[in-house]
Design a binder for this molecule. Structure first.
Ligand SMILES: NC(=O)C1=CN([C@@H]2O[C@H](COP(=O)(O)OP(=O)(O)OC[C@H]3O[C@@H](n4cnc5c(N)ncnc54)[C@H](O)[C@@H]3O)[C@@H](O)[C@H]2O)C=CC1
Ligand SMILES: O=C(O)C(=O)COP(=O)(O)O
Length: 597
């Protein structure tokens, strides 16, 4: 039962390397991984990973709070190796199942390539994931999770601290006093009260900055194309256009992520539109500002002052004109660096990484669909059914016909928008691709893998019979424009068709081509077409019995009595070639196929 229960989540994220390494640890007991390994065997491997005590290894590549390290240690071998060079990281990564980083480590495509398929999870102990090559992670089926909430307040407080310090020249005055001077006239500042602050990026940090700035008596406006207006209204902030924000602000505080769309969003052109004497705060990412343009704007007097926690290159070069500029206040990316935030982030990321290594879908995943736990629990048997239908359908295709067009039909008695098919589609894709390739497919890379192979999967929802209590009545998988090695699997419309349902929590095959069958999808399956006549079940059964192949299920679907029939036989063991040949030699058998699940 445990194996069945673990199916959905575990096989969504497990990797081939993980499985093969498991088989090494127990070489005498478990066969090595093969792409055709049955999924039930694969589930057993995953469950064994816990019972055989083969702990995963987590590389912590940057300083992480103690509480997070302790959480990780309860579940994994933890390797804390800080300040690794890119080469050292690439060497180490092949021994790791997960890596945890902050903003100082680049998890590049090379890192994923060097992992040899073992790396399953990247944990970003913080918010910004611009240092992780997300496309490469997805292509390698590696889940990326972050810790999006625990450092919000710390970053907002740092933004406010920088703004106040800048306005009152705190850093410059401090350096001056320490140098033995007493320059009271030089460091006259500006007040915050009554000034307009434009918060650029009204997300978690931006809205906390806005809240605090209002408490300081500032007039706060915000620009964020995706922020809900009611959230802004609730804080008393007006959402405005980009141009209006930068043209009216006395202070501009940046809080958007670094993306291709936001890179160098402050540049010569946009600085030219700003109010003369504007002051800029950046605790988001250095790359959202064109740093050379900022130096020009400072020198031209457009920007009176800037306070920067983040830089395009970190650490910035020592002779950076921006860093050395006397009207610029800098800190070394300290936004998230409070004791409280680091403890919180460490726990948040450790829980997410451990959960992901256990095969749970993290709610903070950045590159996989987030499916609520209760939905996943309900879909579990259908997830298993989906993968098995994909595996059966693709094994029915005769060699040489490329699989390109797959249609999946979900029949459900529920309302159309009450079914999340992303996990099911991913598992059908896994079933379709894995038996015929060396590619490993999971929830993270399923759509990518399908696209890469030119596999078009279309989905249709139809109203099914049955009770709305169960999410699905049946799932049907059809492959178009191919020949089948089992002609009876071709339906009236010329496509390979298999259909299945979940009965008592167990996936069943219920249709092959136009033939109704009913066989539970456990073990493997032999499909036989014969002329319906007495004694056939006995004949096939006794051929299998001679070789001690246990039959778990048999079902016959026929067009009409004494006409053609398809017999589906579930077997626990794989019959030898000779036994399969003997089945084919039974005179009434017209065709047969052996399918691994
Ligand atoms: N300096 C530091 O140590 C820290 C820096 N950060 C950085 O702060 C930034 C914001 O973090 P959170 O508020 O937690 O993220 P968030 O995701 O809650 O907020 C980002 C907001 O930016 C908005 N946005 C996206 N594109 C935009 C555009 N073109 N123009 C305006 N707004 C846009 C989004 O709609 C979203 O509301 C991130 O870049 C993060 O890495 C966060 C924590 C600490
Ligand atoms: O969470 C973020 O985005 C940050 O920038 C914090 O970075 P850090 O974890 O302190 O290197």
């Amino acid at each position: 039962m445990a194996a069945t229960t673990s199916t959905a989540a575990s096989s969504l994220l497990a990797t081939k390397k993980n499985l093969s390494s498991l088989s090494l640890t127990s070489a005498n007991k478990l066969p090595a991984f093969s792409p055709l390994l049955t999924s039930s065997r694969r589930q057993r491997f995953i469950v064994l990973s816990a019972s055989l005590n083969s702990k995963p290894t987590v590389l912590v590549a940057e300083k992480l709070g103690e509480a997070g390290i302790n959480l990780l240690k309860d579940f994994a071998n933890v390797d804390c190796s800080y300040n690794l060079s890119p080469d050292e990281l690439c060497t180490k990564i092949s021994l790791c199942d997960a890596i945890i980083v902050r903003s100082g480590t680049k998890v590049s495509r090379e890192v994923f390539e060097s992992s040899g398929g073992r790396l399953k999870v990247v944990g970003r102990a913080g918010v910004g994931i611009d240092n992780v090559d997300l496309a490469a992670a997805t292509e390698h089926g590696c889940l990326v999770v972050n810790a999006p909430t625990a450092n919000t307040v710390a970053a907002a407080e740092h933004g406010i601290a920088l703004m106040a310090a800048m306005a009152r020249n705190v850093a410059q005055a401090d350096a001056s006093v320490k140098a033995g001077k007493w320059e009271r006239n030089k460091y006259v500042g500006v007040s915050l009260v009554g000034k307009t602050l434009a918060v650029m990026g009204f997300g978690k940090v931006g809205s906390e900055v806005a809240r605090r700035a209002k408490g300081l008596g500032m007039h706060v406006i915000a620009h964020d194309p995706y922020a809900p207006a009611d959230r802004a209204r609730a804080i008393g902030v007006e959402l405005v256009s980009f141009d209006e924000a930068i043209a009216t602000a006395d202070f501009i505080s940046l809080h958007m992520p670094l993306t291709p769309a936001t890179a160098k969003i402050l540049n010569d052109e946009t600085f030219a539109k700003m109010k003369k004497g504007v002051r800029i705060v950046n605790v988001a990412r250095g790359g959202v500002i064109d740093e050379d343009a900022l130096v020009r704007a400072l020198d031209a007097g457009i920007v009176a002052q800037a306070a920067l926690d983040v830089f395009t290159v970190e650490p910035p070069p020592q002779d950076s004109k921006l860093v050395q500029h006397e009207r610029v206040t800098v800190t070394p990316h300290l936004g998230a660096s409070t004791k409280e935030a680091q403890e919180g982030v460490a726990i948040e990321i450790a829980e997410a990484v451990v959960g992901a290594l256990k095969g749970e879908l993290a709610s903070t995943s950045v590159n996989a669909p987030m499916v609520p736990a209760e939905v996943l629990t309900e879909l579990k048997p259908y997830v298993e059914l989906a993968e098995k239908l994909g595996r059966l359908a693709v094994q029915l295709v005769s060699g040489g016909s490329g699989v390109k067009d797959v249609k999946v039909t979900y029949a459900s008695a529920r309302a159309p928008d009450d079914l999340d098919t992303r996990v099911l589609r991913a598992m059908i894709t896994k079933g379709l691709i894995e038996p015929i390739s060396s590619v490993f497919v999971n929830l993270v890379n399923a759509d990518f893998s399908a696209k890469q192979r030119g596999l078009r999967i279309s989905e249709e929802r139809i109203l099914g019979d049955g009770s709305p209590e169960s999410p699905l009545h049946f799932i049907q998988v059809q492959i178009a424009n191919v020949e089948s090695k089992f002609a009876s699997a071709i339906s009236e419309n010329g496509e390979i068709k298999v259909e299945g349902r979940v009965k008592d929590g167990i996936p069943h095959l219920t249709k092959v081509g136009s033939f109704e069958v009913d066989v539970s999808l456990e073990g493997s399956i032999i499909l036989c077409r014969q002329v319906d006549q007495p004694g056939m079940i006995g004949k096939v059964g006794s051929v299998l019995g001679v070789e001690n192949v246990n039959v778990s299920f048999m079902s016959v679907g026929r067009i009409a009595p004494r006409k053609q029939a398809v017999m589906a036989i579930g077997v626990d063991e794989q019959p030898s070639k000779e036994t399969l040949k003997k089945i084919g030699d039974i005179p009434a058998v017209e065709e047969f196929v052996f399918l691994k699940l």
